[in-house]
Ligand binder design. Structure first.
Ligand code: CAA
Length: 283
């Protein structure tokens, strides 16, 4: 998601510093941006001149110190609270005090992250959706410690990226995952109970409700490990059954079947153009 956020920021005209933990990951992120911009150029949406200007606004680094002068820092590291707190404590020392910090977390508590810093009044969630260059929504999450003026300017920044900001407060899953996660978990329960096949449940929501992807295609796209992890955080927060991971989801994750990225989940992606549903193995 970091590369997508960097792409939309640079495309919106902002000088964008990107920091990764090593050069290999820097190169991978830049490669993803190059692929996306190349596609836009081929389609004639982006001129060579504009593409060169976007590329020139992206400044890669492997050193957090490169972020010292940034006005806003958007963190999209691994979804692990302890690791995020370590990074934020370091950033708080490095980055100028007036700068805003935002986390792209999908479900961790912004409040628990912000207390690793001294800038609790200018610390927000800024949750993008996959694929970042395409999905129009950004959730901008305030906490009880937020400065209302700084929060509004952060909402305006999200809008300036060409996104529609949704304003929300720091509750597990914010708006979208509060609704989306129980929906995806329910699809798995429906399959477990024999309500329908993977294909029929997917088609039900795709063709019957006009969703771009059915729930199993979406689960494999988001990542089963990611969904399992988010569900766990939301279950801890609310203690409600609708956020509890169904046994089949747990088994898939334990087996390393994470969906599209690992080649197998509810579908087999040996031929990515024609994923094969795995009903037979999963029943
Ligand atoms: N990066 C950049 N652009 C991409 C892309 C990617 N990874 N994937 C597709 N696109 C672009 C394509 O270039 C294409 O652009 P044009 O319309 O300009 O030609 C456009 O998106 C549509 O792509 P396709 O025609 O290839 O395929 P599609 O019509 O099936 O759309 C999709 C693909 C946009 C992913 C669509 O299936 C979709 O919207 N799916 C639902 C995605 C979704 O729900 N995302 C949210 C997940 S939840 C989350 O992210 C948060 C969380 O916390 C879990």
């Amino acid at each position: 998601m970091g590369s997508g956020i960097a792409q939309v920021s640079a495309a919106a005209g902002y000088e964008t510093t990107v920091v990764e933990v090593n050069q290999k990951l820097v190169d991978r992120g830049l490669g993803m941006i190059a692929k996306n911009l190349g596609r836009l150029q081929e389609k004639g949406v982006l001129t060579a001149e504009n593409r060169a200007a976007i590329d020139a606004r992206i400044h890669p680094s492997t050193d957090l110190a490169a972020l010292s002068g940034c006005d806003i820092v958007i963190e999209a590291i691994i979804e692990n609270l302890a690791e995020k707190r370590v990074v934020y404590a370091k950033l708080d020392e490095i980055v100028q005090p007036k700068s805003i910090f935002c986390s792209n977390t999908s479900s961790l508590s912004i409040t628990e992250m912000m207390t690793a810093t001294k800038r609790t009044d200018r610390f927000f969630g800024m949750h993008f959706f996959n694929p970042v260059p395409v999905m129009k929504l950004v959730e901008v999450v305030r906490t009880i410690a937020s400065d209302p003026t700084v929060y509004q300017s952060t909402v305006e920044f999200a809008a300036s990226l060409g996104k529609t900001p949704a304003q929300t407060s720091d509750r597990g899953g914010f708006i979208v995952n509060r609704l989306l996660v129980p929906y995806m978990l329910d699809a798995i329960r429906a399959f477990e109970e024999g309500v329908g096949s993977i294909t029929d449940i997917d088609n039900g929501m795709k063709l019957g409700c006009g969703h771009p992807m059915g729930p199993f295609t979406l689960l494999d796209f988001v990542g089963l490990d990611t969904t399992y992890y988010i569900a766990g955080i939301m279950f801890d927060e609310f203690r409600e059954k609708r956020y509890a991971a169904p046994p089949l989801l747990k088994r898939l994750v334990m087996a390393g079947w994470f969906g599209r990225k690992s080649g197998r989940g509810f579908y087999d992606y040996a031929d990515p153009a024609a994923p094969k549903p795995l009903d037979g193995l999963l029943r």
